[in-house]
Design a protein around this ligand. Structure first.
Ligand SMILES: Nc1nc2c(c(=O)[nH]1)N[C@H]1C(S)=C(S)[C@@H](COP(=O)(O)O)O[C@H]1N2
Ligand SMILES: [Mo]
Length: 260
């Protein structure tokens, strides 16, 4: 990874405090590691062309670095490298629930009337029923889910390899992004390379049972190569695009690539 040349700059005490605070508020571990390894106020100055001296300009500079970090992670991502898998006995009991709301607000989606909507750079945009998705080839995996809130757990998800589905509907595989809208107000988006990764699943089951509401019924995207917040539950719509779609947490400062 490229290192920024250090320039000797006197950091005013309150500037250093603001910088420390801004770095402290960065939630994503790889972003944090990246920042700690390569960021100095001098580095920020070189990147942005002026010395950031207030909270806003420090935040703007950090966002710029996060985007740069997205590109680095995208370049480093090996589409054939598999995330570790685990034996069944290591599956967490019970597997944790998490969302931007509490368990009492878990969304109850009606599987019979549910349709998966498709839009954007996809040849065949007809909606899919749950039964149609269940009729596609299925795969299962025992992998570790890592949440930036400080927990990780091993779980077993089964479903349709996303690369199979994307090819089946004639998605433009040269597009940059795949975006997801959920039955709650959640949304996120991923890079095409991760969408096509062999362990990226449209998960329809958890622990060999129909995916329960708490884990995202009727369908979630499960990616062991990405952090928890990149794994959308209760997916309602999928779109393929070259326009950066952002995400619920990403728009609040979480690193977009979110690799784990
Ligand atoms: N629709 C939706 N998907 C979501 C979230 C959410 O709030 N809504 N939270 C994300 C976060 S931060 C985590 S850690 C995982 C939690 O998944 P789990 O409940 O299966 O553990 O879901 C992710 N996907
Ligand atoms: Mo999370």
């Amino acid at each position: 990874m490229q290192r920024f040349k250090k320039r000797q700059i006197e950091i005013p005490a309150e500037g250093a405090a603001m910088l420390a605070d801004a770095i402290g508020r960065i939630a994503q571990p790889s972003r944090r590691a990246f920042v700690q390894r390569s960021l100095t106020l001098g580095g920020l100055t070189l990147l942005t062309g002026c010395a950031p001296d207030n909270q806003e300009s420090i935040d703007a500079a950090l966002t710029g670095i996060s985007r740069f970090n997205d590109r680095v992670q995208g370049l480093l991502f090996d589409p054939t490298r598999l995330a570790p898998t685990y034996p069944d006995f290591m599956i967490a009991q019970p597997f944790p629930f998490n969302a931007y709301y509490g368990e009492e607000e878990i969304r109850e989606v009606d599987g019979d009337s549910w349709r998966l909507e498709l839009s954007g750079m996809i040849a065949d945009r007809k909606p899919w029923t749950l039964a149609q998705l269940r009729a596609l080839p299925q795969q299962s995996q025992v992998t570790r889910h890592i949440c930036v809130e400080g927990w990780s757990a091993i779980g077993k998800w089964g479903g349709v390899p996303f690369s199979h589905f994307l090819r089946r509907v004639g998605a433009d595989l040269s597009a940059k992004y795949v975006g997801f809208k959920c039955a709650d107000d959640y949304f996120t988006s991923i890079d095409m390379a991760t969408a096509l990764h062999p362990q990226t699943l449209m998960a329809l089951s958890y622990n060999d049972q129909t995916l329960p509401p708490r884990y995202g019924f009727p369908m979630k995207l499960r990616m062991p190569t990405k952090l928890g917040y990149k794994n959308p539950k209760h997916i309602q719509a999928i779109f393929v695009t070259n326009t950066y779609p952002g995400g619920y947490w990403e728009d609040q400062g979480y690193n977009w690539f979110g690799g784990s």
